[in-house]
Design a binder for this molecule. Structure first.
Ligand SMILES: Nc1nc2c(ncn2[C@@H]2O[C@H](COP(=O)(O)OP(=O)(O)O)[C@@H](O)[C@H]2O)c(=O)[nH]1
Ligand SMILES: [Mg+2]
Length: 293
């Protein structure tokens, strides 16, 4: 009794491989709420959320909002049906993060899901266009062809406000293996290479850790001792080129009635990383812009 060290087992490490501030939710929440963007001319830093169909993109957006509002919110529609054959979110839609009576200086843009087959799911070029700010709100994605300047939803002169400052890949940990699904990896790698060119930082959110690992299902605090979760994280990192330090396993709100401390802490910690990376990218972009004026 009293020892925090446990012994390693077949499924679990003896100690967590990443520290988690389980008891500092209020502090984390406070620092994030007080966060100010490094350039006063930008009102909201855009965070673009992409990933495979059904991976939990809309759930992640709702979860971030739920934490700050301290109640479950469902503004972004989540697909509760078992039919994954067609992707649910087809419109390009941006969500504010409400914080009591005000809104935070970040927005989350939801996209249509990626699918392995070509001509299904969102066109990768549309994600590239959204990163550059060329897609207007409520544009309806067309899997058969990417947006062109002739489309009504095309914005020809995007401003710094329209640009993306952090790209968030949402991937589900409960997938047996995406190794059979090389095409998804190819699409993710292509999007990542374009984000690198545009100097947009990338973060990966690993959802459904509760479905992927029985230990985590019972106790969310085992998220960083679970060998299964670590394995998944490494697999996704190796296949996409996103470094392990930018991947955050998060359980999204999906069946809960009230918010919970441990889920909140994981969501806040991931969001803190996203905010900081977005703000750094914004500073660079705005400075570049000033220097070229
Ligand atoms: N168990 C579990 N289910 C989740 C989690 N995140 C999302 N889901 C479920 O996964 C399904 C697809 O989620 P959705 O947000 O619509 O995915 P999207 O297509 O990427 O926007 C829904 O039934 C969600 O309730 C999670 O962390 N754990
Ligand atoms: Mg969705």
């Amino acid at each position: 009794m009293g020892s925090s060290q446990s012994t390693e087992t077949e499924f679990e490490y003896g100690k967590p491989w990443r520290d988690t501030p389980w008891r500092k939710k209020d502090y984390l929440e406070k620092t994030l709420k007080e966060f100010e963007l490094s350039d006063p001319n930008i009102k909201y830093a855009r965070i673009l959320v992409v990933g495979q169909i059904g991976s939990g993109k809309s759930s992640f957006i709702n979860s971030v909002n739920s934490v700050f509002q301290r109640r479950i919110t469902n503004e972004a529609l989540v697909n509760k049906t078992t039919d994954r054959s067609t992707t649910f979110t087809k419109l390009y839609k941006t969500y504010h993060i409400r914080n009591g009576q005000s809104v935070m200086p970040f927005v989350l843009s939801d996209t249509m899901g990626l699918e392995s087959e070509d001509l299904h799911g969102i066109h990768t070029e549309d994600i590239v266009k959204a990163m550059g700010g060329y897609i207007k709100e409520r544009y309806k994605f067309n899997p058969e062809s990417s947006i062109t300047p002739e489309d009504e939803g095309y914005r020809s002169n995007p401003s710094l406000q329209d640009h993306t400052y952090c790209l968030v890949f949402v991937m589900a940990a409960d997938k047996i293996s995406l190794a059979d699904d090389d095409n998804i990896y190819e699409k993710v790698k292509y999007i990542k290479s374009k984000a690198d060119e545009l100097e947009i930082p990338q973060v990966m959110i690993l959802t459904k850790p509760d479905d992927a690992c029985p230990l985590v299902n019972k106790d969310l605090r085992k998220i960083y001792t679970s060998k299964k979760i670590k394995e998944k994280l490494k697999e996704y990192s190796e296949h996409t080129g996103i470094s392990v330090s930018h991947i955050f396993p998060v359980k999204c709100y999906h069946e809960e009635i009230d918010t919970q401390n441990d889920m909140d802490v994981l969501i806040l910690r991931a969001f803190k990383h996203i905010e900081q990376m977005a703000n750094d990218a914004l500073r660079l972009k705005c400075n570049e812009n000033k220097n070229s004026e």
